[in-house]
Design a protein around this ligand. Structure first.
Ligand code: FE2
Length: 385
């Protein structure tokens, strides 16, 4: 298997570790993730309080941004933007997005060397343009951005910021706050998952292969990912340096409704299902987030009766992992620890995964059954199983 060791260091090397990825862009990392939400000010407050993000930047009426308000928060290498539309605009895209999807991820922005070339190469290969390359300037320099559509109403924006030294982007000013809760140890985005409708997984994995130059890392079929009741299928796509990983899920037939179908029903279309963030100390991260009100999926106690037989010796105290509901899985390169929040939005759509990799570069296949039984218990409570 490909040696992925340098992913752990998260250096910004463009060295290709997946030779099968064409990787013509290439991408250096996730630049930011932008949500369209009903109330950006309150969403940003929640992510600061509950997940340990810090205030970074603000754009709104005071900064010359007339049609929307955006708050940007940061934690280590993760930048999240929360955007709400203002009524004095003819651009109804954000209103429509919120009405249709509820609060959700609109933009997965990718950090590139050359935004113009990224847009040209992808649209040439069939990507639908969201907007053409544009230069945005202020006294701190200029950034170049361009956008393409991906699944559902989600878009990718290519961001070139080598000539920019400001806090975030033109029209944004530094957001100074007297309220600065401590970080929870979230370090970078490990992967972001897209849920698509029946029959669409191959369409979108092909998009990432042919239009974005990605390679397929793993494929899971409904036999890998099923319980007695529900099932799904997944293909994990990666860019050349492994910095960007996008699993694409679609529902599969089971006795009851697939969790992916539930997502698509409530999001009213394809969209981002979860953001997996890496930590160096999952016990610390989860304890902090729990203290601050984040709810996690419940893992049945029996899971821990057999986990040691499955994963062997690990450095962590299994009793502590059990107390928090943190799951463990092992592959031939090492092991990983992971846990999933309940949805962070009102609709059962977007959630976070917290992941600590100790060598393993896989996705916790050994935990799928316990995890999905836990999700089914939540679906049962919602009356959507
Ligand atoms: Fe995940």
């Amino acid at each position: 298997m490909t040696d992925l060791k340098n992913i752990e260091n998260y250096n910004y090397s463009l060295e290709k570790i997946f030779p099968e990825a064409e990787d013509f862009l290439p991408i250096m990392g996730t630049d930011y993730v932008e949500y369209y939400v009903g109330n950006a000010k309150q969403a940003a407050h929640f992510y600061k309080t509950a997940l340990g993000f810090q205030s970074l930047a603000y754009a709104g009426l005071e900064t010359g941004m007339k049609d929307r308000t955006s708050y940007v928060v940061v934690q280590d290498k993760i930048r999240l933007v929360f955007t709400t539309p203002m009524p004095n605009t003819e651009n109804t895209e954000i209103f429509e997005h919120i009405t249709k999807h509820g609060d959700g991820v609109k933009v997965i922005a990718l950090w590139v060397e050359d935004a113009r070339k990224s847009w040209e190469e992808t649209t040439k290969r069939g990507a639908r343009s969201y907007f053409e390359p544009r230069v945005e300037k202020d006294e701190d320099g200029e950034i170049v951005r361009a956008g393409i559509h991906t699944y559902g109403d989600t878009v990718h924006i290519f961001v070139e910021r080598k000539n920019y030294h400001g806090v975030f982007m033109p029209k944004f000013e530094k957001w100074e706050s007297h309220y600065n809760p401590k970080p929870c140890g979230l370090k970078y985005i490990d992967h972001m998952v897209g849920n698509v409708d029946w029959g669409q997984m191959d369409v979108w994995s092909k998009f990432y292969r042919e239009v974005m130059g990605f390679a397929q890392l793993i494929s899971f079929d409904d036999k890998d990912i099923s319980t007695e009741y529900t099932a799904l299928m997944s293909k994990v796509m990666t860019n050349g340096n492994g910095r960007i990983k996008f699993p694409i899920n679609e529902p599969a037939k089971g006795k009851k409704k697939s969790q992916i179908e539930e997502y698509v029903d409530f999001y009213r279309g394809a969209g981002c299902q979860h953001i997996a963030v890496a930590t160096d100390d999952i016990v610390f991260t989860v304890s902090e987030m729990k203290k601050r009100g984040v709810e996690f999926l419940y893992v049945p106690g029996e899971y821990y009766d057999t986990v040691e037989d499955r994963v062997g010796e690990i450095a962590e105290d299994m009793a502590v992992l059990k107390q928090h509901g943190i799951m463990v899985d092992r592959d031939d390169e090492g092991y990983l620890l992971q846990i999933f929040t309940k949805p962070l939005t009102d609709r059962p759509t977007l959630f976070f995964e917290i992941i600590q990799r100790k060598g393993a570069q896989s996705f916790g296949k050994g935990n799928f059954k316990a995890l999905f039984e836990s999700i089914e218990a939540e679906q049962r409570r919602r009356g959507t199983l």
